[in-house]
Design a protein around this ligand. Structure first.
Ligand SMILES: [Zn+2]
Length: 270
């Protein structure tokens, strides 16, 4: 069965909606990833996880063409970065997700590969739930890899895994090894740990939310320790994300939708 939405004809789209396919939309960014990785890291990682999960899901998942650009104003001091304003980004992702709902799909999953997109994707998912009868949820792909990260992580917490770090570099080494500039790895920066309230890591941040402009705090654009990356770790991270995404989509498909109720006073004058 086809697993990529873009390869379907319209009668096939209708059929898959009727069969209850779960739509997975990858969301990423074009952004600097230090001197050792290309600017398409977030796209490559998300595309692999979302398309491979669909391929292995026996028709449960249909992966949609992804959203290539993200919310990135904080990184505009580095060449290569493209940013979309937060409100435009949210409206755009909402309209894409909502188009699937209008076709009859009732389970939508946003899989994000860029930290700053996450809170916006969460809000988009909530907007879909608030404005339609469909269920929509959002997650960063690295959270789905957490069991493998817990097993293999060598960089310190917090700060060792944040951007172009052990995690992202390992995944990219696994997927596009020929594009990794190994001689440029050596940059180790963790400017994200400012104090006990302000720190940043893919796997947990401090209680205060604060994202500085990166050119103020970073020389290389790296946040974390890419020296600890290996392609073997990258393969394990990717496999864990893919398996967990399939597992989640099965559970998401089975979730029952309870009828909505209105406990408010029904004022006859209104
Ligand atoms: Zn990234």
């Amino acid at each position: 069965m086809k697993h990529l939405y873009r390869t379907l004809t319209w009668p096939e789209v209708r059929e898959r909606a009727e069969q209850g396919a779960v739509i997975v939309i990858g969301v990423a960014a074009i952004e600097q990833h230090g001197p050792h990785l290309p600017i398409d890291v977030d796209n490559v990682l998300v595309e692999h996880v979302t398309e491979e999960a669909a391929r292995r899901s026996d028709g449960l998942i249909l992966t949609a063409p992804m959203i290539h650009y993200g919310f990135n104003e904080h990184n505009m001091g580095f060449p290569g970065t493209i940013t979309v304003r937060e409100t435009v980004f949210m409206d755009y992702v909402y309209d894409v997700a909502h188009s699937f709902v209008r076709q009859g799909f009732d389970r939508i999953v946003l899989i994000n590969g860029h930290g700053s997109n996450q809170m916006l994707c969460n809000l988009v998912a909530r907007r879909i739930v608030n404005t339609t009868k469909a269920f929509c949820t959002a997650a960063a792909h690295w959270w789905l890899a957490k069991p493998a990260v817990d097993r293999l992580r060598e960089s310190k917490f917090p700060g060792g895994m944040a951007h172009a770090c052990e995690f992202e570099t390992a995944m990219y080494m696994h997927l596009q090894p020929e594009l990794v500039k190994h001689h440029e790895i050596g940059t180790r920066e963790a400017p994200s740990t400012i104090n006990e309230f302000l720190f940043d890591d893919l796997f947990g941040s401090g209680p205060m939310h604060f994202v500085n402009r990166w050119s103020r705090i970073s020389e290389s654009g790296v946040e974390g320790d890419p020296n600890l990356a290996t392609p073997e770790k990258g393969r394990e991270f990717a496999e864990c994300s893919i398996e967990n995404l399939i597992k989640f989509c099965r559970l998401f498909r089975e979730m029952k939708v309870q009828p909505e109720r209105d406990f408010n006073y029904q004022n006859p004058n209104l």
